[in-house]
Design a protein around this ligand. Structure first.
Ligand code: FAD
Length: 468
């Protein structure tokens, strides 16, 4: 009999499997798709020879993950590549806020906002181990390190709208707003400052790298490591009912709470059933992968060197766009998170061609094609952009969910960021336990979205306590 079956081979499922296999347990991963990887895969989505990141593209949380960084993934082919500029945020008139790995350089570029940037992001970066441990730890872990917890928590639990008040230039305010908007929630939501602080400080410590060859290299290396530990992986193996599962002492679900509940049926504990019923997903995304016949003609020179470019204009515009999505509307001028991976990793496409990865938030289950609105935003800051476009792959919430059942309604964050979504993810006291012999390890558990594997690690440790 197997010790553990893991349903789903995303970064968290693979981390759970590796953690259990490292402890000497017999482990099998069942993955619905034709390959493992979930939210970290790479494929030729537009033209032959051009490799696009199907979901995740930029990995501050991957390189900064205490668990992933401790695995021998480089022995299985994983290498990180850093762009010259971590992130740039263009504004009208050829201006831009620029975030680099070098704190002094970022501070110098921000003029009068340099000092508040150093005091805010620089000080979190200086205590990176405290802040990242807190951001990635299980809920209530901050209580174990009360002083560091209180210091970081006081800032992080704020809405980003409060954090932005420390800054006065359009560049500084737009930088903070753009990073906070990764939360996929209105910037007035508690905890959005924490997203900005974690990702902003990461730029000055671990950087915002891409994986050489594409994000699939991360999960391919994890899968290879798992197999080297004796773990087994079965692909094209969708689990829909309990009878699809081989006999095992524990089952670990790298799925959303609703999918786990449907498979577990009466095996789901009463406590988890109540919590899962109240669980809410976030908005959807509309994703574009574009092949171009040359680099994007950004008006601002720093944008041409940036791995990530936040395309949405001023703080006020980003706030309005994210508020509109939360109200069920499609912003005329969406806030677009984009990556140009070839700036750091030129080998992904034949010479002369370029790759753009971009998405904007849309209401859950939206059916509207946002391609033209996204292209308008690029044309605004990079005149001549449209002329460079050679091929486009566009996917809305329905296509994303069809590709990966965890992206419920197009939600890429594994659950809404809200007070409840922060504290009870998916339940307050036993977030990883679903029932006797059943655990959940997806990004619907703490610490939430991102390719960091921490949810899988926490869940596997809970499972190991039961396995003995
Ligand atoms: C468009 C997009 C952009 C993103 N950008 C970034 C980024 O730049 N950086 C970053 O760090 N993160 C990013 N993310 C988020 C990141 O991809 C996720 O947070 C992360 O992949 C979550 O890992 P997971 O293992 O919890 O779930 P997933 O990665 O979603 O994996 C779940 C796996 O389980 C499988 N599965 C589901 N149900 C079943 C079933 N019933 N039976 C068998 N298998 C099943 C799925 O097929 C999938 O392979 C992005 C996500 C998306 C979609």
């Amino acid at each position: 009999m197997l010790d553990a079956v893991i349903v789903g081979g995303g970064p968290n499922g693979l981390t759970a499997a590796i953690t259990l296999a490292s402890a000497g347990k017999r482990v099998m991963v069942l993955e619905a798709g034709p390959t493992v990887g979930g939210g970290a895969r790479t494929a030729e989505l537009t033209l032959p020879g051009i490799r696009h990141d199907v979901c995740s593209a930029v990995h501050p949380l991957g390189i900064g993950s205490p668990v992933l960084s401790a695995l021998p993934l480089s022995q299985h082919g994983l290498a990180w590549a850093h762009p010259p500029v971590a992130m740039a945020h263009p504004l009208d008139g050829g201006r831009a806020g620029v975030l680099t790995r070098d704190l002094d350089e970022t501070v110098d570029g921000l003029g009068s906002d340099g000092a508040p940037w150093r005091a805010t992001f620089g000080s979190v970066a200086a205590r990176w181990n405290d802040s990242v441990r807190l951001a990635l730890a299980a809920p209530l872990a901050a209580l174990r390190t009360p002083i560091a917890g209180a210091r970081f928590g006081r800032l992080a639990l704020q809405p980003a709208t409060m954090l932005v008040r420390r800054f006065s230039t359009p560049e500084g305010r737009a930088l903070v707003a753009g990073i906070a908007a990764h939360a996929a929630a209105p910037l007035s939501t508690v905890g959005t400052a924490g997203v900005a602080l974690t990702l902003g400080a990461a730029a000055h410590t671990v950087g915002w790298p891409v994986a050489v060859g594409g994000s699939g290299a991360i999960t391919e290396a994890m899968a290879a490591h798992l197999v080297s530990l004796g773990g087994e992986i079965r692909t094209d193996a969708t689990v829909t009912t309990w009878s699809d599962l081989p006999e095992a002492r524990v089952i670990v679900f790298d799925t959303g709470p609703a999918a786990a509940a449907a498979i577990l049926g009466d095996r789901l504990s009463r406590y988890s059933r109540r919590a899962y019923r109240r669980f809410r997903h976030g908005p959807g995304v509309f994703k574009l992968d574009v092949a171009l016949d040359g680099p994007i003609p950004w008006a601002n020179a720093s944008c041409r060197l940036a791995g990530t470019v936040h395309v949405g204009g001023t703080y006020e515009e980003i706030t309005a766009a994210e508020r509109a999505v939360a109200a069920g509307e499609h912003p005329e001028r969406p806030f677009v998170i984009s990556s140009q991976p070839l700036v750091a990793d030129p080998g992904r496409a034949p010479q002369g061609t370029h790759v753009l990865w971009a998405y904007c938030h849309v209401p859950a289950r939206s059916r509207l094609n946002m391609t033209e609105r996204i292209f308008d935003q690029f044309e605004r800051f990079a005149p001549g952009f449209r002329d460079r476009v050679v091929a486009v792959s566009a996917r809305g919430p329905a296509e994303l969910e069809a590709d990966n059942a965890n992206l419920v309604g197009g939600d890429i964050t594994g659950g809404a960021l809200s007070v409840r979504g922060l504290m009870a993810r998916p339940s307050l006291f036993r977030p990883y336990k679903a029932g006797r012999g059943a655990f959940i390890c997806s990004s619907s558990t703490p610490p939430g979205a991102g390719v960091h594997g921490m949810c899988g690690w926490h869940a596997a440790r809970a499972a190991l306590r039961e396995l003995g």
